[in-house]
Design a binder for this molecule. Structure first.
Ligand code: MN
Length: 159
């Protein structure tokens, strides 16, 4: 009886936290974390986020898949310790106060600490990136105002 209970508890724990195996490696099964709709307080347009991992004692960054529908983008923001974006699918844009660049699958973007920027899809094509965002003093982002349609519409490279 107690063995059955223990086994049941273990399988629940494995489902919630991933299953451990040799040398404390962990596999978190795909499809065990819910997708989240991006808040209209920090995104313009339709955005979906899928968390990969949160910061912990071993990893001082968050990892999140972010999928932007055409025209969708973040608000302006800064990161206290920088952020790396790995473009996985589609066509997107990264903007700063001085320039907008197009980004494509395979591109890796480094957003340095404290520099205002935004990222999102292109006007016609969705974009998915993996965002690796470093944490400093418990924070990984400071959100600012929305990116205006006029700023978003500026052609890449001709800002
Ligand atoms: Mn960013």
């Amino acid at each position: 009886m107690s063995i059955r209970i223990t086994a049941a508890l273990f399988s629940i724990t494995a489902l919630l936290a991933g299953s451990a195996f040799a040398a404390e490696h962990v596999i978190e099964p795909a499809g065990t974390k819910p997708s989240v709709t991006g808040s209209s307080k920090i995104f313009t347009g339709t955005v979906r986020t899928d968390s990969v991992s949160r910061p912990d004692a071993d990893s001082h960054y968050s990892a999140t898949y972010v999928t932007f529908e055409p025209g969708a983008r973040t608000f302006w923001h800064t990161h206290p310790a920088g952020q790396r974006l790995i473009v996985l699918q589609g066509r997107g844009r990264v903007g700063t106060d001085t320039e907008v660049r197009e980004i494509r699958p395979g591109d890796v973007v480094w957003c340095p600490a404290g520099v205002r920027h935004w990222h999102g899809a292109s006007p016609e094509t969705a974009m998915t990136h993996l965002a690796l965002t470093n944490v400093k003093d418990g924070k990984n982002v400071e959100w600012l105002e929305a990116v205006s349609d006029a700023d978003y519409a500026k052609a890449p490279g001709t800002y």
